[in-house]
Design a protein around this ligand. Structure first.
Ligand SMILES: [Zn+2]
Ligand SMILES: [Zn+2]
Length: 178
């Protein structure tokens, strides 16, 4: 468990991070207000802010009127809480690559990623049941003998992950934009 009161530097740009007290969750998060705009969450803190209904106003208020320096997102970052190299991990239903420290549990998000994760998670919660039942219906339908054409293609590929992921994406986008 990381020390939330110690002043730490940003894993992406080395600027000193500002402590922001999140009233509702009762925790401090470190935000790179004078550098890249990244956010460092200590162990399990991100879970308190990754859904739209969870209050993250203090962070977004602190961002107001500021511009942030771009950083190279693909490079390996060093956890500034415990000095361990961080690893890239999917967040926001796997679509956003964030930096995670497997030693202390810290998670670093580049500027803008928190907003994206909150939106994706919301969309997922809203549509997951719908998408699952649609996929199941298509799978069930295609277990019937079909000779040739799109039916046999679906029969062959629908249970493989990339096909399902593509189908889910299609359904998400359809339901979001209709
Ligand atoms: Zn920074
Ligand atoms: Zn760490």
């Amino acid at each position: 468990m990381a020390d939330t009161l110690r002043e730490i530097t940003c894993p992406a740009c080395d600027a000193k991070m500002a402590k922001i007290y999140m009233e509702e969750a009762g925790v401090n998060v470190d935000v790179c207000l004078d550098g890249c705009g990244g956010i460092l969450f200590n162990n399990r803190e991100l879970e308190k802010f990754d859904e739209q209904h969870e209050n993250a106003d203090e962070i977004f208020k602190a961002y107001e009127g500021k511009t942030f320096n771009p950083v190279e997102q693909s490079e390996v970052r060093l956890c500034t809480v415990c000095n361990t190299p961080m690893v890239k991990q999917g967040a926001g239903v796997g679509n956003i690559q964030i930096d995670v420290c497997n030693t202390c549990g810290a998670k670093f998000l580049d500027h803008g990623e928190l907003e994206k994760i909150r939106k994706l998670k919301d969309k997922d919660l809203k549509y997951r049941a719908k998408v699952d039942s649609l996929v199941d219906a298509v799978v069930a339908e295609n277990q019937m003998p079909i000779s040739g054409g799109i039916g046999s293609f679906a029969q062959k590929h629908i249970k493989t992950t990339p096909f399902r992921a593509a189908f889910e994406n299609f359904v998400y986008n359809y339901l979001e934009n209709k």
